[in-house]
Design a binder for this molecule. Structure first.
Ligand code: SF4
Length: 234
């Protein structure tokens, strides 16, 4: 696909998204180097050695925190296990808990549109959450639950070795990047994951964008930043 074709395709998708202005946030040559190192906790050896199948089996059987009591099922992750983009959200909601897949329902559809606009259809990326089990009534994850569950995400990252992590929503971003910074201030920069040089870009959660469609333009700016990291034109 040549750049003009890509541009036409993206414009069509952006119209669907309700984004009518393209703004390139980081012009050529602007320094967007890694600014925050992420603390990565230790991955237990039993999941450190296995493949995707072994990891997913371990997640499905996990009872390490209280969330296993109220879940319908653990939601491991979905997508291309050779993807170069990893999308990380917060935790399963009611639809995800029922269907066993992250980002389904209306928020999932919007995420799909966002990814398509970025030239990365859902089936070309891998999608996972910080927590693999649904918190009751969609409450925020407790720190101890995140602590228990984080090794699974760390193993997913180790297996995938993505070229980019797109982290969506305040809870996911703050937990992954170990910060209390408001999401509005986290956007527009490129972070690095743990002691790796895997770039991390932060954007809004699609559920928030459904409530606040006026922020979609900023989400598009974030996607353009992410696309720039992996070599695509925004
Ligand atoms: S949320 Fe994570 S740590 Fe807690 S039971 Fe589910 S898989 Fe295990």
């Amino acid at each position: 696909m040549n750049p003009d074709q890509a541009s036409v395709r993206q414009q069509a998708v952006l119209q669907e998204l309700g984004v009518d202005v393209w703004v390139r946030r980081h012009p050529e040559g602007e320094d967007v180097s890694a600014e925050v190192a992420v603390r990565a906790s230790h991955v237990p050896t039993d999941i450190d050695a296995g493949d995707w199948s072994a990891l997913n089996q371990t997640i499905r059987a996990c009872t390490a925190c209280e969330l296993h009591r109220s879940r319908t099922q653990a939601v491991c992750g979905v997508g291309n296990e050779n993807a170069d983009w990893l999308v990380i959200g917060e935790a399963p909601g009611a639809d995800e808990d029922r269907q066993g897949e992250p980002f389904v329902g209306r928020a999932g559809q919007l995420l799909n549109e966002m990814l398509r606009a970025a030239g990365r259809p859902r089936e070309h990326v891998y999608i996972a959450n910080i927590l693999k089990c649904r918190p009751p009534d969609n409450r925020d994850p407790k720190p101890e639950e995140v602590e228990c569950c984080m090794p699974f995400l760390q193993r997913q990252i180790a297996l995938l070795q993505p070229k980019l992590i797109l982290v969506v929503g305040r809870i996911a971003a703050q937990n992954l990047l170990q910060t209390d910074t408001p999401i509005g201030k986290m956007r527009g920069r490129i972070y690095s994951y743990g002691d790796t040089d895997i770039p991390v870009v932060v954007t809004y959660h699609p559920a928030y964008l459904l409530r606040s469609p006026g922020q979609k333009r900023k989400a598009w700016e974030d996607l353009q930043l992410a696309m720039g990291v992996t070599g695509e034109q925004g």
